[in-house]
Write a protein that binds this ligand. Sequence first.
Ligand SMILES: NC(=O)c1ccc[n+]([C@@H]2O[C@H](COP(=O)([O-])OP(=O)(O)OC[C@H]3O[C@@H](n4cnc5c(N)ncnc54)[C@H](O)[C@@H]3O)[C@@H](O)[C@H]2O)c1
Ligand SMILES: [Fe+2]
Length: 404
Amino acid sequence: MGLNKCKLFDRAFQKVMYVGLAMMHWREPEKIMGAGSLKTVAAKLGELGLNHPLIVTDGYLHSIRIYAPLTDEMDRLGIPYSIYGEAVPNPTVHNIAAAYKLYTEEGCDCLIAIGGGSSMDCAKGCGAQVANPNRTLAQMKGLLKVRKNIPTLFAVPTTAGTGSEVTVTAVITNPEKRDKYLMNDLHLIPHYAVLDPTLTYDLPKHVTSTTGMDTLTHAVEAYIGSANTKRTKENALAAVKLVFENLLTAYEDGHNEEARQNMQVASYRAGLAFTRAYVGTVHALAHAIGGFYGVPHGLANAVLLPVVLRAYGKSAHKKLAELADLVGIKGETAEEKANAFIAAIEDLNKKMEIGDKIGGKWKILDEDLPALAKHAFDETNPLYPVPKILSEKELIGLYKLIQE
Ligand SMILES: NC(=O)c1ccc[n+]([C@@H]2O[C@H](COP(=O)([O-])OP(=O)(O)OC[C@H]3O[C@@H](n4cnc5c(N)ncnc54)[C@H](O)[C@@H]3O)[C@@H](O)[C@H]2O)c1
Ligand SMILES: [Fe+2]
């Protein structure tokens, strides 16, 4: 199909999806918020008649026992639990298989994901497998393929963040196939989102910065896309404002409770926006280099966000100018405001020591460019209602701009 025909098809598909999604039942997790709120999950389990959770986390967080406030309380109350503590950044199909094995062997009846997007997505994948024991993860790839209720899932983000605590998405990597794919299904929305700012106090600075830029990317991509509802707009705007007002403080003063809590709320609200109104080309390009080279998701987004916004050109000026107004960035025309907003994103990156290239151990190889661009193009189209559909050739050009 030529690009023009493809564009017509994509826009028609997006309209149908918009109407379809409006008719679906969008559940929102129950929020449990505040410093020390993780501990209260133990009592909640009792209230819900749940007997034996599987805690899912990653290797590092397992080693520092990030879950200790909760497990100490469960020990006190005599609630048994099991721990899968080996999720890796960009969790793999193997992580999910191992977590699922533990879940069934230990007779678990609910899931508590404690960690960043990687731990939460690993738990979602495990939940999908519990709900569908006779189907492979690959069979649940894509849109609305989980189709059954997953066990009660508490999502406890320790980064701010992916928004996975509120989204329909799990992002899963198959390292053998160098594939990073999405499972999108309403059944994957966690039942509880636990926003305890103390869990993010000791985030390394580069994780605070890059995961914060992931949140900003969610909010911006959702807002400039054409699938917004009144609610997604409100959430995206709130998240952009919260990021501009709090990310730098959280970066510079990790134990600032207010900034940390606000970043968690930003992550949550950006998640609410993009899970309904989608992300865009930034995420598609980031997922491809995440799958190929393991580039951390937030870093990839931070570097790509200004590059893609510029490539959208005129098609995004009006919306970006609105975001500029929101955060007090000045300019005469919509174009000037949009460019100033993009420059402010670059400035924020710079202040947090995020460069404008992806390189070093994550070198983007010339010979991979066509495959990377195809991966990103196929992820974007027809699903993401981006302001401007970019061709594979244009996407290669964007990768070249961030190649070291
Ligand atoms: N499901 C969704 O809606 C969604 C959306 C965006 C991204 N993602 C996916 O989420 C994953 C990335 O998640 P992430 O950016 O949150 O990072 P992550 O979960 O991979 O964690 C990054 C690193 O930070 C460390 N870390 C996390 N919390 C910490 C803490 N409190 N203190 C110290 N270290 C801590 C982890 O151990 C890890 O080494 C990717 O796979 C991405 O594709 C999912
Ligand atoms: Fe993201």
